[in-house]
Design a protein around this ligand. Sequence first.
Ligand code: SF4
Length: 429
Amino acid sequence: MLRYFIWTIGCQMNKAESLWIAGYLDSAGWQVADVVQEADLVVLNTCVVRQSAENKVLGMLGLLKGLKKEHPDILILVTGCFVDSDIVGLKRRFPHVDFFFKPGAFSQLTGWIQQKLDVCSTLDTQHLTLEWRTPSPCAFIPIIQGCNKFCSYCIVPYRRGREISRTVEEVVCEVKGIVGQGVKEVTLLGQTVDSYGGDLPERRDLADLLTELNGIGELDRIRFLTNHPRDMNQKLIEAIASLDKVCEHLDLAVQSGDNDILKAMRRGYTVEQFRKLIYTIRQCVPGISLSTDIIVGFPGETEEQFEHTFSLLEEMRFNIVHVAAYSPRPGTVACQKYKDNVPLEVKKERFDRIEQLQTNVATIINSAYRGETMEVLVEGQKKGKWYGRTRGDKIVFFNSDDNCLGQLIIIRVEKTSPWSLQGSVEYKS
Ligand code: SF4
């Protein structure tokens, strides 16, 4: 029996694509290896969005070089954003890798495997999604690949290419298939998920797709991420407000609270436009939970410009803030045009200040839930407690002797922290 090992880092898109690859290999009769040393085939699903992630990929490639020396028959495949268009150059640098394929290029993968191993299987959506390796009630569904935005600091468009949307029919068919196997919640994925459909001939957009998915009987919840403020429109906001299965949670990356930095980042909006957008969303969907992304230490970011970001976050009071320090990515406009001139210790200090601010904000937001009841979709167990998420994406822990996996349960919140809630079962819906 042939065995495979998949190593994944990076975004939810990578995680979803690794599940697809696992599903394909499972359907072709392979088994999972517990450790990389026991595998016949290793897939590295990589990320290079920051230097630290790229260093981990290089570390894994170094480890596999040694493994290949000891076991020359092992097959090594690399995908994800580490794979650029210079495949010949990659092969020269890493001769121990048997095959490089671009993220999402599954037909290349299956073609190579069939040719190499004479496995009789073709890639189709059914096979790709029917093999959930962990019985989770929550599934991630990529609906759009690539990005057309070209923010100055970002490597993604160079590695994942331009936007390509899957059709509404294809996504609906896939979701119906996995719902039949017990999935209760789907999260639709894309680098800029709210630009979904712009490349489809019939111009159907994310609001149209949400409307179709909302009609699937056994499905309880729908989420989507990550959104770009420029693509968030009134039709989509109204879809969130009106469709009962669409959760009241939005991830909307602002990246900076300073207009000059936003311009240098080529984000395509101003702080004033972003503020107005948040105001509109909160008006149309009262109580919506919002999260955002911030980059600190972008080239040339002064103390005053950082303070603009800090005050915007104080004012907006997001539920979650994902903060990252700027990391120059060779090949991007920012890397070519600007010097990475904010010292590391200053980046770290700004990073810590935002983390502290957000801890304080989340403490206050979450403490307001004490005594309230909330609907939780149970995703699994950790350290003897069941856990799941609310519609607003809060993680909730509780005790129960019953098997609660995949159930919607009403929990009364008893304790809160900035990161999660704890409570007891009020009743099962
Ligand atoms: S929107 Fe900007 S940051 Fe997001 S993937 Fe596209 S280029 Fe990168």
